[in-house]
Ligand binder design. Structure first.
Ligand code: CDP
Ligand code: MG
Length: 693
């Protein structure tokens, strides 16, 4: 077993990283907000951005684009939209928009701003995320939304004409939607000189972003005089207010970062003064495992710890707990995905435990597999994580990797999502907005041509693009209208022909949330038994239909959900999403119809959307080895699937997760002849016949 330090029991080693072992922030004399009994107004004035209020408003007034860089927690997200409103940017029915890559960040920012302004959320201040619109078209003046939702709004209003200022927040994350949005906003600016953009982030290569938006040379008026705002972007750096953070490294690599994180938390609790702990793990599974160890294992359970999870998709009540102040005499431990890296500020954190990993999407255009992989973070992320410990007083960050690893092996910056994603959703969105020359689009960072070509090929096979790479009518336009992954949208569209749109919509709704099962910690056996009650031989998609049916028959009872290990909150969400999808389906001319139990047509509809994910059983080794038909990649059925160990000859998967192997999640059995029926261009017959030997 590998060894790691325990603060206090072994003397922690303060090692110099290349910044001198300590992350330096300019510490101010003022103590933190949030702890005193200062009024909301006082708290607002203590935030670092407040000193820059006039400067920000002046720059926004005089420049088409303003780039604002400032440490997490300095007040960018919550304050700048309010300053803009106070300065009159929301007068005359105009709206101030602030985008975030993450849905949870949209919700928390909006509720905080509504609280600070003393207004009801959904009125003057509102938010929109996919399938949840908490705004009022008459009243809302400040609107928080995901960058994906803003892209969708462009389909109805290509110039985003109701917005006076659009603040693209967290731009350093370089999410796929952020990058597309930046490219499109640059185009919109040319048509709407009165529009103002703010690009804000915790760290950003401000110069490269500025040169991307610099259109000053091309924008001179007829006589060389410029009118309106200046076209070269302004850059403003908000000085932070954090405190020093001491960095500790493990002496030897750890083999199990979950256990290492748990014992580090316990060691901190035993040895260190009060102050909350923030632990960075990778996803819900990790987080649940760590929480189980911390709360249930008698060897590691501690008094006085309040252990809370934080990940997107967390129910509302659990979110509120994370943000509520820690009771006196207790210590809060928040176990989070990298959502707490920059998107959210947690007050009171003094200790950070950094696993060094996060879940990242990786797409390989050669094998055509998009994976969700637990991968090492970058140095930039590691510094951000450490910074979270220095909000209220000097803090400590425990890195569960060696110093040598940090210095020599960690990459300096991450790769933007654009360069590691399947581009099918991105291409269809641009096409729907009338951008025909996708290869020539003005991207902040160009995607790989292979990935783009691959996306064009898939969309062509789906019948969404025609020979000229234009959206087909009506199919292409219909698919673009549905706010889902185009493969899911295509499934819904196809279900119209098969007479099972009600079922396809239910499946789509379930696939768009994380999980409908309630993963009761330590009750895996009961969960498996519950699943068996609904399990369908055809696969997971049909199992979802059984669960939904049971839920409806129970009168949407929470008690029924509880008895069956089904997450009631998730099922309510499924029901809500279903209603919205039904409205959209009707609007685009899909007849709502149920196939009344004919599961063959449901499977055909799934095949029509997901044919590119077809796999054939190769051998029974390791509980069933499959290979993808197109890329010959080795994949296995995930143990959470009802088809695990059942191993039908041919299956289609919804997504892949990688751990030790590549696992297919949400799997359905198919007949291979359907593949050539639905996608003759994609599959030749010989690919599907048994091989000669
Ligand atoms: O965007 P940035 O990271 O610069 O800061 P912010 O999110 O605007 O947060 C500014 C301040 O508001 C911090 O002190 C937060 O702790 C506080 N805040 C809060 O108490 N509750 C929230 N839901 C959001 C922010
Ligand atoms: Mg922010």
């Amino acid at each position: 077993m590998s060894r790691f330090w325990k603060p206090g029991t072994e003397k922690p080693r303060l090692v110099d990283d290349e910044e001198g072992g300590v992350l330096f922030y300019t510490a101010s004399s003022s103590s933190s907000s949030g702890y005193g009994h200062a009024s909301m107004e006082k708290q607002r004035q203590r935030l670092p951005v407040f000193k820059y209020r006039t400067a920000i408003l002046y720059l926004v007034e005089t420049h088409a684009t303003t780039i604002i860089v400032g440490e997490t927690g300095s007040g960018k997200t919550t304050q700048i939209p309010q300053y803009l409103k106070e300065a009159g940017w929301a007068e005359g029915g105009r709206v101030i928009a602030c985008t975030q890559p993450r849905r949870l960040a949209v919700q928390t920012a909006a509720s905080r701003v509504a609280e600070e302004m003393g207004v009801k959320l959904s009125e003057e201040v509102g938010y929109t995320i996919r399938f949840e619109d908490i705004t009022n078209s008459e009243l809302t003046r400040i609107k928080f939304l995901t960058d994906g939702v803003l892209l969708r709004e462009m389909m109805d209003d290509p110039l985003l004409s109701k917005y006076s200022v659009i603040m693209v927040d967290e731009a350093h994350e370089r999410s796929l939607s952020t990058d597309i949005l930046l490219g499109l906003l640059k185009k919109i600016q040319r048509r709407r000189p009165e529009l103002r953009l703010i690009i804000s982030s915790a760290t950003i290569e401000a110069k490269s972003m500025a040169s991307f938006f610099d259109t000053s040379r091309r924008r001179l008026g007829r006589d060389g005089e410029e009118n309106g705002p200046r076209k070269n972007p302004a850059i403003l750096s908000v000085e932070g207010r954090g405190f020093n953070v001491q960095i500790f490294y493990v002496e030897e690599p750890v083999s199990d970062y979950i256990r290492a994180a748990v014992s580090t938390v316990n060691a901190i609790h035993d040895e260190e003064p009060m102050g909350d702990i923030l632990v960075f793990l990778t996803g819900q599974d990790d987080i649940d495992a760590a929480i189980q160890l911390l709360t249930e294992d008698p060897h590691s359970r501690k008094q006085g710890l309040i252990v809370l999870p934080l990940y997107s998709g967390l129910p509302r009540g659990d979110q509120d707990l994370v943000f509520s102040p820690t009771p006196r005499g207790k210590r809060k431990v928040v176990i989070s995905t990298n959502i707490a890296e920059t998107s959210l500020t947690l007050e009171g954190v003094v200790y950070v435990v950094d696993s060094g990993f996060s879940k990242q999407r990786f797409y390989n255009p050669i094998t055509d597999i998009e994976n969700l992989v637990v991968a090492p973070i970058s140095k930039a992320s590691a510094r951000q994580r450490a910074g979270r410990a220095g909000r209220v007083r000097p803090g400590k960050c425990y890195r569960l990797y060696t110093e040598e690893y940090f210095i020599n092996e960690m990459s300096a910056d991450g790769i933007s999502e654009m360069q590691r994603s399947n581009l099918v959703p991105c291409v269809i969105q641009l096409k729907a907005l009338g951008i025909d020359n996708i290869l020539g689009f003005d991207w902040p960072a160009s995607p790989s041509p292979e990935a783009l070509i691959r996306a064009l090929e898939v969309l062509y096979s789906l019948g969404i693009l025609d020979d000229d790479a234009k959206l087909t009518s009506p199919a292409g336009f219909q698919v673009a209208e549905i706010p889902l992954d185009p493969l899911v949208s295509k499934m819904i569209l196809a279900s119209n022909d098969y007479g099972c749109s009600e079922e396809a919509i239910t499946i789509a709704a379930v696939l768009s949330i994380q999980s409908i099962w309630f993963s009761d910690r330590g009750a895996q056996k009961e969960l498996d038994e519950a699943k068996l009650r609904f399990a369908a031989a055809e696969g997971d998609h049909v199992t979802f239909l059984n669960v939904y049916k049971g839920f409806i028959q129970s009168g949407k009872s929470s008690n029924w959900c509880h008895k069956n290990h089904i997450n009631y909150h998730s099922m309510r969400k499924v029901d809500e999403i279903r209603q919205q999808l039904r409205r959209i389906a009707q609007r685009i001319g899909i007849a709502l119809k149920s196939c009344e139990g004919d599961m063959q047509v449901v499977r055909k509809a799934v095949t029509a959307g997901f044919f590119a994910n077809a796999c054939r059983l190769e051998s029974f080794s390791h509980n069933g080895l499959y290979k993808t038909v197109r890329g010959s990649q080795e994949v296995y059925i995930h143990p959470s699937s009802v088809l695990f160990r059942v191993n039908p000859k041919w299956v289609i998967f919804h997504s892949i997760v990688s751990t030790d192997r590549q696992y297919m999640r949400n799997v359905i059995a198919i007949d291979p002849s359907w593949l050539t029926d639905v996608a003759p261009q994609f599959y030749q017959h010989q690919q599907l016949n048994p091989r000669p030997h």
